[in-house]
Design a protein around this ligand. Structure first.
Ligand code: GDP
Length: 424
């Protein structure tokens, strides 16, 4: 059985925690898109970890972690992460890397930085991990596939042509040092040495696993609203964040994905630029940011303070629909326990008309939130394991949101730990 765990919002919904928790019953966890630009925070018996590339299931002995073909593979980051978890007592994880995955090269990271610098105030707020230049090159068909590492002739030829192309931009657009073919060859040989023991045809591996009835989790990065097609383009990421892309980015039949668990946060947070209709500011935002997540809402990769807002039912309904949600995991609900009253965005007013349909970016920029204020529950709900034991106003909040988004909330997360979960 294949289940996807994906985000309904702008990312940081707590997918890492849900994946880590569900990995208890999984055999294989697959990353199918994105790169080291976003992070997952996981709190378990070994401590607190921020992972960027490793799937969130690496903490179990019984699971195999797969880096699928759709991932932007940053080999140094992958190996630093393996080392850092092993140093803290986690057993050496079993990892397989797709021979069709492509690699983030050091120049992708440089180009990301140079472009942000060039754009100045108009930048996209990139994490400068090289993701946009990486995917641009992938689709321009000048990327490096892992399988190519094992053919020096291919590498030499490609390196030469890449240097020719990139150096024009480096010299004339960015005025930065040029790439040297010998440096790139050295980089590629180092990558080969590091990755070789893990490389295989992961789609064949997953096909066999599916045939043998294994439990497979597909772990998404970011959320629906950062999808390049369905999100808030151009303030999106460069690979699809949708469960449907799991089939492509992992190389499995789409009809095998039978459960789509969409992780949806009990309030909103976003990083980077872009329209954010239910955003709040000032002291109100600072307090939610301070209390949010597990130790505050700051980016796992960049440490940037996240933008904060109330729950957005318009964006979340859309985010769940576009994922093809079968189950909603509603997270970080415990954080809201301090509030007397909790506003929820239930509609967008655009040019004097109210809608509950999430619009494309040009219209989104004009949207003003229509808020409904619900009573808070004013207590700590951590430690509760049964739905009926939640305070009445808390259940009302969940049920109100469930009705507004139109998808069943079957899991409620009331703390960062593996066991902080209420099944419904
Ligand atoms: P991801 O990228 O979707 O995995 O999300 P992040 O890891 O960036 O952000 C989620 C943050 O919230 C992490 O610090 C988690 O430890 C924390 N977290 C997850 N679920 C809960 C929850 O139910 N309650 C609280 N308080 N924190 C949670």
């Amino acid at each position: 059985m294949v289940k996807a765990i994906v985000g309904a919002n702008w990312g940081d919904e707590g997918k890492g925690k849900i994946t880590d928790m569900m990995a208890r019953e999984a055999d294989i966890i697959v990353r199918f898109q994105g790169g080291a630009n976003a992070g997952h925070t996981i709190v378990n018996d070994y401590g607190k970890f921020a992972l960027h590339t490793l799937p969130s299931g690496v903490f179990y002995n019984h699971t195999t972690s797969v880096i699928g073909n759709g991932v932007a593979l940053n080999i140094p980051v992958l190996f630093q992460e393996i080392q850092s978890i092993v140093e803290r007592g986690v057993p050496v994880p079993k990892i397989l890397v797709s021979d069709r995955a492509q690699m983030v090269m050091s120049y992708h990271i440089l180009f990301d930085q140079y472009e942000e610098e060039r754009l100045g105030g108009k930048s996209f707020g990139s994490t400068k991990s090289g993701i946009a230049p990486f995917y641009s090159d992938k689709y321009a068909k000048i990327g490096f596939q892992v399988s190519e590492l094992f053919d020096e002739e291919i590498l030499k030829e490609k390196v030469k042509s890449i240097c020719e192309k990139k150096n024009v931009l480096l010299e004339h657009l960015y005025h930065k040092p040029l790439l040297r073919p010998e440096d790139l060859m050295k980089e590629l040989r180092e990558y080969r040495e590091q990755v070789e023991p893990y490389v295989c045809d992961t789609s064949a591996y997953l096909w066999n696993a599916v045939q043998n009835g294994k439990n497979i989790l597909l772990e998404g990065q970011l959320g629906s609203l950062k999808d390049p097609d369905h999100g808030i383009y151009p303030m999106v990421t460069s690979s699809s964040t949708l469960a449907a892309y799991g089939a492509i980015g992992a190389g499995i039949p789409p009809y095998e994905i039978s459960k789509i668990i969409t992780v949806c946060k009990a309030y909103s947070s976003a990083v980077g630029a872009g329209a954010f209709v239910s955003e709040i500011f000032g002291e109100e935002a600072d307090e939610l940011r301070r209390r949010g997540g597990d130790g505050g809402e700051y980016g796992v990769t960049t440490g940037r303070p996240r933008r904060m807002g109330w729950f957005d039912a318009v964006a979340s309904k859309y985010g769940c629909r576009i994922q093809g949600t079968t189950d909603v995991a509603f997270t970080v609900l415990d954080v809201l326990g301090y509030l007397e009253e909790i506003p929820v965005c239930i509609g967008y007013e655009i040019d004097g008309r109210v809608t509950t349909e999430f619009p494309p970016t040009a219209k989104l920029e004009k949207a003003k939130p229509v808020l409904k204020v619900l009573p808070g529950w004013k207590c700590d709900i951590r430690g509760i394991r049964k739905y009926e034991e939640l305070p009445e106003n808390c259940r009302k909040y969940i049920e109100f949101i469930e009705e507004k988004i139109g998808f069943p909330i079957t899991m409620i997360s009331n703390g960062p730990g593996r066991d902080d979960i209420i099944y419904r």
